[in-house]
Design a protein around this ligand. Structure first.
Ligand code: ZN
Length: 299
């Protein structure tokens, strides 16, 4: 696994690119949704860069904006005229509007039901994930987790998914393709399992959950811009992918949250550390997953 992923540092393209690769299909006036996390931003290597109390936090806010802006430049060249950036990390108040391209709209603050996918609907033409990280439990991904540190695993219809996988399912339920994912090499390889047609840019190489090899900014930003350009240029919406039912299991690191959450209507506790429920839409499932891990505080 490690030797394979090491070889992926750089611009790598997974799976089949959506069928619109041929020249001549470029259209303009595309509406693009960018979900920006922080752990997988280029240049970010340590936890003191990830929250407002950290010594290097202000530096990393700027680094986050730099990666987003590289994607915005490419998206514009690819035909995007309306771009919404959803701050998707922690407080979700990391990005400063003044650091971003002066025409994007910014969704800010974490008190939102759909978290990393807040604001997305069927009116968008494409989705981009910037700064993503590996899912909970991965032994090598930098800052690997799902949602927050309280989660051990999330499974939807029996499939274990990290944030990128869950977010891809939300986008698919609106018929909107994920066209680009950036993050460390482990993260992009994982998200590629769900976002099979997206381009991947590994901005750094995870040596283990703490150590990382950072790539030069100029090369990374160039690759993000190019991949965003090609991804948006070729983006093709599809029929909304919706299952008849979404069976969700959220497994926690301990039993405290399940102890209380089992009281919620339609929630069950199939094992001491797991809450399960079934619902009829992925966006709805997503809001409930977020409610479970974020808004029940056992402390
Ligand atoms: Zn994050």
């Amino acid at each position: 696994m490690r030797s394979v992923s090491s070889a992926l540092c750089g611009l790598v393209v997974f799976g089949a690119i959506a069928s619109g690769q041929a020249a001549g299909n470029q259209s303009t006036n595309k509406k693009v949704f960018i979900s920006a996390d922080m752990e997988g931003i280029s240049g970010i290597s340590a936890s003191d860069q990830l929250s407002a109390t950290g010594a290097e936090y202000n530096r990393s806010r700027k680094l986050m904006a730099d990666d987003v802006n590289a994607a915005v430049r490419g998206a514009r060249r690819g035909g995007a005229t309306d771009i919404v950036v959803n701050d998707s990390h922690g407080s979700m108040r990391n990005l400063r509007l003044e650091d971003l391209d002066n025409q994007v709209r910014l969704i800010s603050h974490s008190f939102k039901r759909s978290g990393m996918m807040e604001g997305l609907d069927e009116s968008f033409d494409a989705v981009i994930f910037i700064g993503y990280h590996a899912k909970a439990g991965h032994p090598g991904g930098l800052f690997a987790h799902t949602g927050s540190g309280v989660v051990r695993d999330v499974r939807v219809n029996g499939r274990s998914l990290g944030e990128g996988g869950l977010n891809t399912m939300v986008a698919a339920s609106y018929g909107v393709p994920v066209v680009l994912v950036t993050g460390d090499d482990v993260a992009v390889m994982q998200v590629a399992e769900a976002a099979t047609a997206a381009k991947m840019v590994a901005v750094k190489r995870a040596i283990n959950p703490r150590a990382v090899e950072l790539r030069p900014f100029a090369a990374v930003h160039r690759e993000i811009e190019t991949a965003a350009y090609e991804g948006i240029r070729d983006a093709k919406k599809f029929s909304p992918q919706r299952a008849a039912a979404y069976q969700v299991e959220v497994q926690f690191q301990d039993v405290a949250i399940p102890e209380v959450a089992q009281s919620l209507p339609s929630m069950s506790r199939p094992s001491p550390d797991t809450i399960a429920f079934t619902t009829d839409s992925m966006p709805k499932a997503y809001t409930l997953i977020r409610l479970l891990y974020r808004y029940i505080n056992p402390d």
